[in-house]
Design a protein around this ligand. Structure first.
Ligand SMILES: Cc1cc2nc3c(=O)[nH]c(=O)nc-3n(C[C@H](O)[C@H](O)[C@H](O)COP(=O)(O)OP(=O)(O)OC[C@H]3O[C@@H](n4cnc5c(N)ncnc54)[C@H](O)[C@@H]3O)c2cc1C
Length: 395
């Protein structure tokens, strides 16, 4: 006989956003079941995945309130005090400086696996949150009374609300027939870590070359996280470069700004596909994290947005509980969807437009790019807007 169990909320995907969402409701007494295809041994000890996540001050604050921040070892937190954006090999840069804010840093870098570890540990052993691991949500459906998830082992789980946090390629989203606008950039990101002989002075560099970009993000010591985005057909040739050749090439591209560079560990590849769901909610169903908005990483906002969205949904659910309203009611989910769209739309489409301009190497556009940086450097409201995205409201 098919097994069935029932909870208040089912969360599909125990990635950093799904876990943060569950943690945000830990004190409500709601029963939450998380479905995750990876084993718990990996969730409790996630391996390095090459991503160093630039966190805004708002995200750090949220992580503190979710009992995650204290779980991240201090040596894994690296401040960014200054960010410089370059067009091509020109030494002229658009600058965002923490000196012009009330914060001592613009934001911090934390390895993605440390965020995942901290998020998992913050919910592990909580009485109200169960994790069913090594299982996939193979069918999701909802009606006026409840949502149901059929698992890959044949079991069915029902709940008042189903929340999908199952990545930008969310299968729950397509099973719920929520259309998604997808932008395949035809490009990939290669990420890795490198040591160097000169100090980075806690400065992040983003360089836009003709058809590729290079981001150098400062880690503790003389070490940086590197993000290269380039046309996908060029990935193999870069991945096949020997470590010394790879280091030499970056040294040259950076005009020796960081001195001698050496690859540490392996290089990882991520295909660049951005997604924006046409709605973040449906009947007794909500999308959070990358399943709702999958950002291009160039503006470093995917997790920050996802964490903020998880918090908004948790707040709407708390509000419903205090008013005695059904937590899966349309009004509750629509309020979340509307607020998260307001928080994400400009950032999402703005980021895609920026990528479009900075990967278009027609001569006229190349000229405009360089001019754009100079203009933006003198556009105080623009700089203030970007800085506020990082430092939060006190900027
Ligand atoms: C190169 C790179 C650099 C980045 N840099 C930054 C940055 O600097 N700042 C920033 O804010 N963001 C950054 N991001 C984005 C950030 O990594 C993502 O936004 C974040 O990981 C999304 O978390 P998530 O929990 O929504 O999804 P994911 O991390 O994708 O997790 C989804 C989870 O769902 C599980 N799952 C999937 N399908 C199923 C299923 N059917 N059943 C059960 N489980 C399922 C998966 O196993 C996984 O555990 C970067 C991304 C990349 C690729």
């Amino acid at each position: 006989m098919a097994r069935m169990s029932s909870y208040d909320i089912v969360v599909i995907g125990a990635g950093p956003v799904g876990l943060s969402f569950a943690r945000a409701l830990a004190d409500t007494n709601l029963s939450i079941c998380m479905i995750e295809k990876q084993p718990q041994s990996l969730l409790s000890n996630p391996p390095l995945d090459g991503r160093d996540i630039a966190l805004t001050h708002d995200s750090m604050q949220l992580m503190k309130s979710l009992d995650m921040w204290e779980r991240i070892p201090k040596k894994e937190i690296s401040p960014i005090r200054l960010a410089k954006v370059y067009s091509g090999r020109s030494s002229y840069s658009l600058e965002f400086d923490s000196k012009h804010t009330k914060r001592s840093e613009l934001g911090c870098l934390v390895p993605n696996n440390e965020i995942r570890r901290a998020a998992y540990r913050s919910i592990n052993r909580l009485r109200t949150i169960a994790i069913k691991d090594k299982l996939e949500a193979s069918k999701v459906y909802t009606d006026n009374n409840q949502g149901s998830v059929r698992l890959s082992n044949g079991e069915t789980i029902t709940a008042s609300l189903i929340v999908a946090a199952d990545s930008r390629f969310s299968s729950a989203r397509s099973q719920m027939s929520i259309p998604v606008s997808t932008k395949d950039f035809g490009r990939s990101a290669i990420v890795c870590r490198m040591t160097h002989t000169k100090s980075h002075d806690e400065t992040a560099h983003e360089c836009f070359f003709d058809d590729w970009t290079l981001a150098i993000l400062p880690l503790q010591g003389k070490k940086s996280s590197i993000v290269i985005t380039l046309p996908t057909e060029q990935v193999d040739s870069v991945m096949n470069m020997s470590a010394p050749d790879f280091g030499n090439r970056l040294e040259r591209n950076l005009g020796n700004r960081l001195g001698k560079m050496r690859l540490v560990g392996q290089r990882y590849v991520y295909p660049l596909v951005a997604v924006y769901a046409s709605s973040f909610s449906a009947k007794r169903f909500a999308l959070i994290g990358d399943a709702a908005v999958g950002m291009h990483p160039v503006t470093a906002h995917g997790f920050n947005l996802g964490l903020g969205g998880a918090q908004i949904l948790a707040q709407e659910i708390r509000k419903a509980i205090s008013l005695g309203i059904d937590i899966g009611a349309c009004t509750v989910l629509d309020a979340y969807s509307l607020k998260q769209r307001r928080a994400s739309a400009l950032l999402y489409y703005g980021t895609n437009a920026l990528v479009g301009i900075y990967t278009d190497n027609r001569p006229a556009i190349l000229g405009l790019r360089a001019m754009g940086l100079r203009l933006a450097n003198h556009l105080a409201p623009f700089k203030k807007y970007v800085t506020r995205q990082l430092t939060g409201k006190v900027a």
